[in-house]
Design a protein around this ligand. Structure first.
Ligand SMILES: [Ca+2]
Ligand SMILES: [Ca+2]
Ligand SMILES: [Zn+2]
Length: 214
């Protein structure tokens, strides 16, 4: 995952929350490498404007990067806003702020947003991905920011060179080719690797009926 790979780039010194937002961004630039980590800022969501836009205490208005929700004068737009309210309102969010542009033309911080788990960002709960998966938003990839939405659904362990000939989940008994749509849904924490079909079968796994491995 990008989140983990780039962690070494990020300075943890100082509490970003104590700094002015502009200083937080400055700090990001001073660190000197493109950071894609979810802890460039964190704070409480105090207002939801619509499905993809909300206010974070101490920072200001945030716009989810590279996704679009329907407009608020439509039923779908209000449903999207309700989805965002149900997940984010009054909660702590962790922000990966865009390092290339920072704010859009409306002054909103362009962010990938992660939910909080026990006082830390949960890399599995990428809200930009969640709202697309929920059907309340579509991907609209702007190339002038640091984010590539394709990364949100990829598991680095499943990419070429990841070393898994076949994969399974500890929570099921099916094994897959790594590029199977069902394999892509397996959370990295549940993912297990098999070097061969016989290894998978010897551990009690049976072939997925979608990707049909041998
Ligand atoms: Ca960033
Ligand atoms: Ca982008
Ligand atoms: Zn499969």
């Amino acid at each position: 995952m990008v989140v983990v790979n780039n962690k070494s780039c990020h300075s943890r010194s100082g509490d970003v929350k104590l700094l002015q937002p502009a200083m937080a961004i400055l700090l990001v630039f001073v660190v000197g490498c493109v950071t894609s980590v979810p802890d460039e800022f964190h704070g409480t969501v105090v207002k939801v404007v619509d499905g993809d836009t909300f206010d974070v205490e101490g920072l200001g208005r945030v716009r989810l990067a590279d996704v679009d929700c329907p407009e608020m004068d439509t039923e779908a737009g209000r449903a999207a806003a309700n989805y965002t309210i149900s997940w984010l309102f009054g909660r702590t969010v962790w922000l990966d702020i865009d390092d290339l542009k920072g704010r859009d033309d409306y002054g909103r911080w362009i962010c990938v947003v992660y939910l909080d788990e026990n006082g830390a960002p949960d890399p599995e709960m990428n809200f930009n991905r969640m709202i697309v998966d929920s059907g309340h938003a579509v991907v609209r990839d702007f190339t002038d920011n640091e984010f590539n939405p394709a990364d949100w659904w990829n598991h680095s362990s499943l990419q070429p060179g990841g070393g898994c000939a076949y994969v399974g989940s500890v929570k099921s008994n099916k094994y897959h080719y790594p590029d199977c749509e069902w394999a892509q849904k397996i959370s990295p924490v549940n993912l297990i690797c098999f070097s061969s079909p016989s290894e998978a079968r010897s551990k009690g796994y049976t072939p997925c009926r979608v990707c049909k491995p041998p």
